[in-house]
Design a protein around this ligand. Structure first.
Ligand SMILES: C[S@@+](CC[C@H](N)C(=O)[O-])C[C@H]1O[C@@H](n2cnc3c(N)ncnc32)[C@H](O)[C@@H]1O
Length: 399
């Protein structure tokens, strides 16, 4: 393969990230915005030692799942990877990627462990938060996403993933001269929407004394500091909450241990489901303070909230009898540190929930957990981030 060469190919599958994979004379080529079964002429854009990248030039046969992308920036903006495919099909493709990842990790779930994927609705307009970047060119102020080259900022009128109230706020601000003058090169503008408060925004960091946002959930209200983590897709978060509530109903734990707790989302689910005792551990102090407040509001008699490191808290659980506790870990994209995974396998826990927003780090951790004596009891893909490359995993481990 050399850059610029054109070749004919058929797409075998999509890989994690959304690119189509084709094999040409034994060589692997990744081609974005293609779908399995499509035949096309493609042109090589980059050559690496074990694979090449190419772009589609002309399609011969297209997939019956191909649709018209619902965004003029698709292809340039790196956020969406599946706007050219039907939503149900996107979820199927992600499920196939998960099966590949399990095989690569040497994990063979027993029959019935891998459950059918959940595709939360709606697939567009679901994001309660977007972050846009400011770039000044000549006299013009661009406000948009950083493109795939990691430098160009494309001015965007609206983002199809953002809640319509965020797009309406963006349109309003674009007509506000004083707002545009307040923007400086390199600034971030965060848009955040709640059902109770509508769309709001801040430049760079939220004000230190900003009042907490109020999130209305099917099971109650949570307060969220502007700068703290909160699930971006309400329907996807509700699907995860249902999974946690179902395990609580089945196992009736006396205690819920919520590691990487944020503002206490899953602890609130547990309290609502009747668990009386909760322990939440969260490293962001503002989120931990909100968790303390939220869990009292959810009726916890004496909620224990530690503003600290989840792996440290896990180590201290080592000798505690844990058979009456249900523990959840929901780490950021990097997954569990080795220390956290070892603390889990070295603990007296007989089961725990592992929620992940990154199947690659989940697969790495799953290998460590399996080696340490745990068995995958339940695995479910939740398509938490429709149209993008990402998806969420709900897993339950026992021994
Ligand atoms: C994916 S979020 C999950 C939050 C919460 N479970 C929820 O559903 O809203 C991960 C959270 O872990 C926190 N975090 C990151 N590193 C941590 C650590 N080492 N120990 C404890 N919490 C951590 C982040 O601040 C963030 O709130």
């Amino acid at each position: 393969m050399e850059i610029g060469r054109e070749f004919q190919c058929e797409i075998e599958k999509t890989v994690f990230g959304g690119d189509g994979l084709a094999r040409v004379g034994g060589e692997v080529v990744f081609i974005p915005r293609t779908l399995p079964g499509e035949r096309l002429i493609a042109r090589v854009t980059a050559c690496k030692s074990s694979f090449s990248r190419a772009e589609a030039v002309r399609f011969g046969a297209t997939s019956p799942h191909r649709i018209e992308p619902a965004c003029p920036y698709f292809g340039r903006c790196p956020g969406c990877r599946y706007l050219h495919a039907g939503y149900a099909y996107e979820t199927e493709l992600k499920a196939a990627q998960l099966a590949d990842q399990l095989a690569q990790a040497g994990l063979e779930p027993a029959p019935g462990v891998l459950e059918s994927p959940v595709a939360p609705e709606p697939p567009l307009g679901y994001r309660n938060k977007i972050v846009l970047h400011v770039h000044k060119v000549g006299g013009r102020t661009m406000l948009g996403y950083v493109m795939g080259d990691n430098t160009t900022v494309t001015d965007i009128e609206a983002c199809p993933l953002a809640h319509p109230e965020i797009n309406a706020k963006l349109a309003e601000l674009r007509g506000d001269k004083s707002f545009l003058h307040s923007l400086h090169e390199g600034m971030d503008v965060t848009f955040r929407r709640t059902a109770a408060g509508g769309a709001t925004y801040w430049r760079n960091q939220p004000a230190r004394n900003a009042t907490w946002l109020k999130e209305e959930l099917p099971f109650g209200r949570l307060s969220v500091p502007c700068g703290s983590f909160f699930q971006v897709n309400a329907a996807g978060a509700a699907a995860l909450a249902d999974e946690v509530a179902a395990l609580i109903a089945a196992r009736k734990p006396a205690r819920f241990i919520d590691l990487y707790a944020g503002v206490g989302f899953f602890s609130a689910v547990a309290l609502h489901a009747g668990v009386r005792e909760v322990l939440a551990v969260e490293s962001d102090e503002a989120a931990a303070a909100a968790a303390r407040f939220n869990l009292k509001n959810f009726g916890a008699e004496n909620p224990e909230v530690i503003a600290g490191d989840a792996a440290e808290a896990l180590k201290s659980l080592k000798d505690a009898p844990a058979s009456d506790a249900l523990l959840t870990v929901d780490p950021p994209r990097g997954g569990l540190t080795l220390k956290a995974a070892m603390a889990l396998t070295g603990s007296t826990l007989d089961s725990f929930i592992y929620i992940s927003c990154n199947p690659a780090t989940w697969a790495r951790d799953a290998r460590r957990l399996a080696k340490g004596g745990f068995t995958l009891n339940k695995l479910r893909l939740v398509n938490m981030f429709p149209r993008t490359e990402h998806f969420e995993l709900f897993s339950f481990w026992t021994r």
